[in-house]
Design a protein around this ligand. Sequence first.
Ligand SMILES: [Zn+2]
Length: 174
Amino acid sequence: MVNVSEWKDKKRKMCRDSGKSFISRTGKQILPKIAPDSPKACSESCRKDCGNLRIQKVRDIFTKFYDISYDEQSLVLLRYISLQEPIRRRPGITDSSSRRLATFKYKIENVDVCKKTFCNVFQISLRRVDTLQTKLKNGDLSPKDRRGCHTNRPHTLDNNVRNLIKSHIGNFPS
Ligand SMILES: [Zn+2]
């Protein structure tokens, strides 16, 4: 028996994850994701090299990004984000508090960019990046972010995801 509302939820999630237009649960039309016109989304005073991103490369990355599943997208994003531990650790500071001081670096095409431009390249929310960063900080890198995905066999899914990653993520420039 097919559960219609469940199927609709699934379809909606697929559209959202692949950046396509869809009608939300509340009946709102969500517009498709469109590659940014200009990679740089931050102000002139930004101290990163956001202006050095090449639009052609950004569009390429953007297109590939919306061609893969949500879990794969998360892993791709993590490839561009790195966690920087604080350089100086004062005695007495515990691990957890030094982790709180850790900062993140975003590097696309060997260009250091700020968080704002990073989100703009992928047309994603700051919140999505924050969620990933929390996982990075906690050392939890497995693709656990399975919104709307219910399965009794998480290990089977893990293997499938892993295989997909092998075939897809190799296409992303670092
Ligand atoms: Zn910037």
